[in-house]
Design a protein around this ligand. Structure first.
Ligand code: FEO
Length: 399
């Protein structure tokens, strides 16, 4: 397999995972790539490695350009296994003179490999000489792991941004100007929502640093560790991230529900209709058919969420448990909402749905709507009114 040249000195030597469809619980319907980069020069550098199973693919691409044993330096920007998985094999095969990571990177790699890799640590502002050229490091802690950092190749203005600005998108065409935006934009939003959203405050600070420190002005190419390389307009991703991280709510609501015998589904449709009558853009999402990571994607710019669940064995429906767990971790801000559901003889779990929303810091606009077995016309009207209440509160928030 061949490397792909991305600049005078730099080659993409990563791997394409065309068929992965589940990335630790995140649905990756367009596959992904694990991007690694080779910098040529007097002291050739490998920036990041790939998932362990793709080690041979990376080495094959490296061999299409140079003898791997000529690589003198390996940089590990992030110690998650999709990038560090092939690091031990790469170190053994390449035998570099130096391996660099952040201090937390060193700690995490040690904890994963249980083997001394003789890694040197770097911190924000540190630079290394790679033979007439310079790489400068910037730690990006909690974007999205404590060890995360980015590396900047000064002479060519290439920011190796690790997970930041990445997306799960498998493609043999690796540049932003080679793939139409409609093919990748959903994946960019999805990646931010599912991977970076919990750390949005940190992202805003990092983006501010990138803009005000003068770093962005020097960046010509952003080369992340997943998906496309941004060479046409690298500032576009910075703009998108600034928008995403602000979590400014739009006039949009999600009605997320599951249904057992159709009753909660009927209520969900009424809630959605009520929201719609208030002029809200509504997404009706049945957890029977929609993946948790797509709910997360849609919630990024939403201003409201209404959750509906049947009761089974005196608890919430399992798919509601799943989405609540997942969304809690993502810490979406600026939501109003409410809960509803149907039950046979134990209504309390539907009230628990309200409590769960409150724990997620959602501003709950009304007590949960609880309907025994099959909704009557009056119940359906109550669901419509619940949707209107949420819609009215959202409109008030957006003023
Ligand atoms: Fe792509 Fe955090 O690993």
């Amino acid at each position: 397999m061949n490397a792909i040249k991305i600049s005078e000195k730099v080659y993409w030597v990563g791997a394409i995972d065309w068929n992965i469809r589940d990335f630790h619980g995140y649905s990756t319907l367009r596959g992904t790539t694990y991007n690694a980069y080779l910098i040529l020069g007097p002291k050739p550098v490998l920036v990041d490695t790939v998932k362990e199973a793709f080690h041979d693919e990376m080495m094959s691409r490296i061999k299409s350009v140079i003898n791997p044993s000529d690589i003198k330096i390996i940089i590990s920007n992030h110690a998650e296994m999709d990038h560090s998985g092939s690091l031990p094999a790469a170190i053994k095969e390449i035998k570099p003179e130096e391996v660099y990571a952040s201090s937390m990177g060193l700690k995490n790699i040690d904890l994963q490999l249980h083997e001394n890799m003789h890694i040197k640590t770097v911190k924000t502002g540190d630079s290394i000489d790679i033979g007439g050229d310079k790489i400068t490091f910037y730690e990006s802690r909690m974007l999205h792991w404590p060890d995360s950092m980015v590396s900047f190749l000064e002479s060519e203005g290439i920011l190796f941004s690790n997970d930041i600005f990445g997306m799960h998108f498998a493609s043999n065409k690796i540049f932003d100007d080679e793939v139409p935006e409609h093919e990748w934009i959903y994946e960019a939003v999805k990646y931010y929502a599912n991977i970076i959203m919990p750390y949005s405050d940190i992202a805003l600070k990092f983006l501010d640093f990138v803009k005000t420190s003068g770093l962005l002005a020097k960046v010509k190419i952003i080369a992340p560790d997943h998906g496309l390389i941004w060479r046409k307009n690298p500032g576009r991703m910075v703009e998108l991230y600034t928008k995403f991280a602000a979590q400014k709510p739009d006039n949009k609501a999600l009605v997320v529900y599951d249904t057992m015998w159709g009753s909660t589904g009927k209520l969900a449709e009424q809630v959605a209709d009520g929201l719609s009558q208030c002029g809200v853009r509504v997404k009706l999402m049945s957890l029977h058919n929609v993946h948790r990571s797509d709910v997360a994607t849609e919630i990024l710019d939403a201003g409201a969420i209404v959750l509906g669940s049947p009761v089974i064995n005196s608890v919430l429906f399992p798919s509601l448990g799943d989405i609540l767990f997942y969304l809690k971790g993502l810490k979406k801000k600026n939501l109003v909402g409410a809960a509803f559901g149907s039950y046979g003889w134990a209504p309390a779990p539907i009230d628990n749905l309200t409590k769960e929303l409150q724990e997620m810091k959602v501003e709950v606009v009304a007590p949960a709507l609880k309907v025994c077995f099959v909704p009557t016309e009056k119940d359906l009207q109550a669901a419509l009114e619940l949707g209107k209440l949420v819609g009215a509160k959202l409109a008030e928030k957006l003023k």
